[in-house]
Design a protein around this ligand. Structure first.
Ligand code: COA
Length: 188
């Protein structure tokens, strides 16, 4: 039998660590939270106030306590620099299914492998710690980078919400992608 003390924490990847999100992260979050480039991937460019974000952190804390959701901060392994957030929400207990999401805040930190590494950690936590059977995400059709990252990790495109998202005067399609625990286990 594998010695569990010799296994690596699923919260740690090659480059990043997932940890709890704290009120002290607020300033780091607000630094890039409302920049066009980083928010466009999330689909809403309506600015969020510090107060709204503070309430979100508080509600994330409540949801984590009751097992209704898990939001994590992403930091670099080496220097503990705050990189962004990721999370598991819309938990369906009976189906062992949930919706996940990720953002690396500072565009200068994009394309350095952090997003891929953090998403793999999130899936490890989802499957190996929280015992989910299936994890799903939504991604806008224009977010080619995110789609590339998700496909590389092993997500499959399972559906398309046609013209479901309105941004910059135009309707965009939204892809539904998912990955099963057994598929992730076979790949990682
Ligand atoms: C999407 C996101 C999480 C990816 O994280 P990241 O750290 O930038 O991604 P990585 O560095 O791990 O990987 C980027 C990959 O995309 C590729 N890529 C970059 N731009 C691309 C583009 N326009 N089209 C396709 N692939 C692209 C890179 O070459 C790299 O691929 P490789 O590893 O095979 O070489 C991050 O960019 C982000 O937070 N964006 C803003 C918010 C967002 O869109 N969140 C997702 C919502 S669904």
């Amino acid at each position: 039998m594998k010695d569990i003390y010799k296994t690596k924490s699923p919260f740690e990847g090659e480059k990043v660590r997932l940890r709890t999100i704290e009120k002290s992260d607020l300033d780091d979050i607000m630094k890039y939270w409302n920049t066009y480039e980083s928010r466009i991937g999330l689909g809403t460019i309506i600015p969020m106030s510090t107060m709204m974000e503070e309430e979100f952190i508080q509600s994330a804390h409540e949801r984590a306590k009751s097992g209704r959701g898990h939001i994590f901060a992403i930091e670099t392994l080496e220097t503990k620099e705050f990189l962004g957030t990721c999370g598991i929400e819309e938990i369906m207990q009976i189906n062992k299914s949930a919706v996940i999401g990720i953002i690396i805040h500072n565009p200068e930190n994009h394309n350095k492998g952090y997003g891929t590494d953090a998403m793999i950690c999130l899936l490890k936590v989802g499957f190996l710690v929280l015992n989910f059977h299936r994890l799903e995400l939504l991604v806008m059709d224009y977010n080619k980078k995110a789609i590339h990252v998700y496909e590389k990790i092993g997500f499959k495109e399972i559906g398309l919400k046609r013209e479901a998202h309105f941004l910059q005067g135009k309707y965009h399609d939204v892809y539904i992608m998912d990955i099963l625990a057994k598929e992730f286990e076979a790949l990682h």
